[in-house]
Design a protein around this ligand. Structure first.
Ligand SMILES: [Zn+2]
Length: 344
């Protein structure tokens, strides 16, 4: 009995016990990591298989097999396809690479590129699934968080977009303007809140960056309020497209506002001899007064951030994603008995 206890007191025994515990913990940890890695691989493969309706190109597969740095080369080619708008070819390449790549880091990078390509090609649901999967593995990926927010926004899932902004704020600091913008979109699309309360809430949040979005909404729902707001708007030039398509302005209310009145001078609704300050408006006014030809205005939208020009206005640039960066560009056009409607 005595010898039994002395065995327990033996320091060698304690060392053996500690080493055994370390080995057991290490084995358990290794097994758990292997399992996690397998789970991750399986989930990424399952995600890739969702998009396998594209037939893998034999040439791409051959290139992957014989090239020394196939991923870099093929990614470079795919990027060229994306910048030329040939999204189908780029998607084929990314899916082929995903099929042949075993390394998780490489797979995640390709998934990010594939998600962005789906986003640019307008396959928002597919882009969303990929971005969510990437964030499961790397929740602090700022670029993917931003893209997911914009994807939710495009899909009209504004509440989800708002939740993603909160995650981005934790990484990047305050995003007040984006929050205000998404909050206004949530309110505009809230079919339960009574219209008057919705209007009140929207006006409470409204800022310079959301002003045109707010004006377009109020114009559809409360014309009287719209005129009150537009009279206090600083950048009237950027709102000429909204004003141009209103045929019955309250002349008494706007008579002392030169910039707004000029729009209706050009349209021929105000018929006096006062010159318009803006060249395009004055040209149309003079043309319509003195020629048998009739002029009208066309509208384009130029992004102040990327200089892209678009035929329709969006509050977020479709090319660079910048918010509230669209500047109105006026175009003089010949009027041929048809009206030019902007979508505002
Ligand atoms: Zn832009």
């Amino acid at each position: 009995m005595d010898s039994f206890f002395s065995f327990y007191k033996d320091p060698l025994f304690s060392i053996i016990i500690i080493i055994s515990i370390i080995i057991i913990v290490a084995i358990a940890d290794y097994t758990r990591n292997r399992f996690k890695l397998k789970e991750k691989k399986d989930s990424l493969n399952a995600l890739a298989n969702n998009f396998n309706y594209y037939k893998f190109d034999e040439n791409i597969n051959t290139a992957i097999e014989i090239s020394k740095a196939p991923i870099q080369t093929l990614t470079f080619i795919a990027n060229i396809y994306v910048s030329n708008g040939n999204f189908d070819e780029a998607i084929k390449i990314y899916l082929s690479i995903l099929d042949k790549t075993k390394d998780i880091k490489n797979k995640m990078d390709i998934f990010e590129l594939l998600g962005m390509t789906y986003y640019k090609a307008g396959f928002m649901q597919r882009a969303k699934n990929i971005f969510i999967e990437i964030l499961k593995n790397n929740p602090r990926n700022f670029k993917v968080l931003s893209l997911l927010m914009q994807t939710y926004e495009t899909l009209g899932e504004y509440k989800n977009a708002y939740d993603v902004i909160s995650c981005i704020e934790e990484l990047e600091g305050k995003m007040d303007n984006v929050k205000k913008y998404i909050k206004i979109l949530i309110l505009i699309n809230d079919s339960i809140m009574p219209p008057m309360q919705r209007e009140k809430e929207i006006l409470k949040i409204n800022s310079n960056i959301t002003n045109k979005l707010t004006l377009s909404y109020i114009k559809q729902n409360n014309l009287e309020k719209f005129w009150e707001l537009i009279l206090n708007t600083k950048n009237i030039y950027n709102c000429i497209d909204i004003l141009w398509n209103l045929d019955n302005p309250p002349l008494e209310l706007i008579k002392n506002h030169k910039e707004i009145s000029d729009v209706y001078r050009a349209k021929g609704i105000i018929n006096d001899n006062i010159e318009c300050d803006i060249f395009e408006l004055e040209t149309i006014r003079i043309l319509n007064k003195n020629s048998s030809k009739n002029g009208t205005l066309g509208f384009k939208y130029c992004c102040a951030s990327c200089q892209g020009i678009f035929p329709f206005e969006t509050h977020r640039c479709q090319s660079c994603g910048e918010l509230g960066s669209m500047n109105l560009v006026l175009e003089i056009m010949e009027r041929k008995n048809e009206k030019n409607y902007s979508l505002l």
